[in-house]
Design a protein around this ligand. Sequence first.
Ligand code: GLY
Length: 330
Amino acid sequence: MNRKRFIKTGVLAATLAGTGTLSAAHDKKKKQKVNPNSKPGFPLVISTWNHGIPANEAAFQALQQGGSAVDAAEKGVWQIEADAKNTSVGLGGFPDREGIVTLDACIMDHLGRAGSVCFVQGIAHPITVARAVMEKTPHVMLVGKGAELYAEEIGLKQEKNKLSPEAEKAWKEWLKEKQYKPIINIENHDTIGLLVMDKNGIMAGSCTTSGLAFKMHGRVGDSPIIGAGLFIDQEIGAATCTGLGETVLRTLASHVAVECMRNGYTPQDACEEAIRRIIKKHENYKDFQVGILAVNTKGEHGAYGIHKGFNYALHQHGKNTLFDSSYYNG
Ligand code: GLY
């Protein structure tokens, strides 16, 4: 094969390989899927699960009080971290196998700056620590003891590991069988992932969790990992995930959704593609849930889950509403 032909064939192969990785949803001739609840416009706040309603409320209030998109992203999920009755976010969360609550969180802004903390114990507001990592340090991620020491440095109190009565009861129950099995849609909550657009369309996002209930000590999921639990690109859009973190980590689903939007997908198609990739890589997808939310620069959104039961809250055009997401379920 001469050089010219080789280059031509190579380009063709690369083009085909490229389209192969982006599925039929990208076919511009096809009508692109639009989420029935999606209307353009901002400001908006969108977040995962039932607890998204109070989170959106707090985030929106921050915006109305003149706060930035990052203020809103922090305040929204802070509210949920503070809820001692929430068993999947904050210190009220279900513990790991050893009976210890360990927390993960991250935050990202419109400039692509990011901060994250993982495996934090005894700190009520990991999201505040993540924000300080982003804004006050040269780093993106602090873990474990280092993150806890830094939390104290910025004035946060270290609390004793004390399980909430509900978490303690659930842990003791779990100890009887010690089954390592994620449970789908526990009471319609899990990680909170929240995306904000302020009145000028400036984006920010946050994600915080106590992680998988009864995980191994030291386990970290997708929530604090930029590109997995959360990703923002001000030029394109933003996405956040909830559900079984290992599967989101293997696919970097939030990043995938933003890159799909970069390639012309609607937010709904982008969410569906990200979920399809998880399903493709996990034969056991029937045993776990993942939900994803995405917004584009117009303020349009998408939402998709593997199974029925994933819901999300949208605060936009003067209303804060809980919606059921569409889902795959195969
Ligand atoms: N998505 C939360 C976790 O798996 O830790």
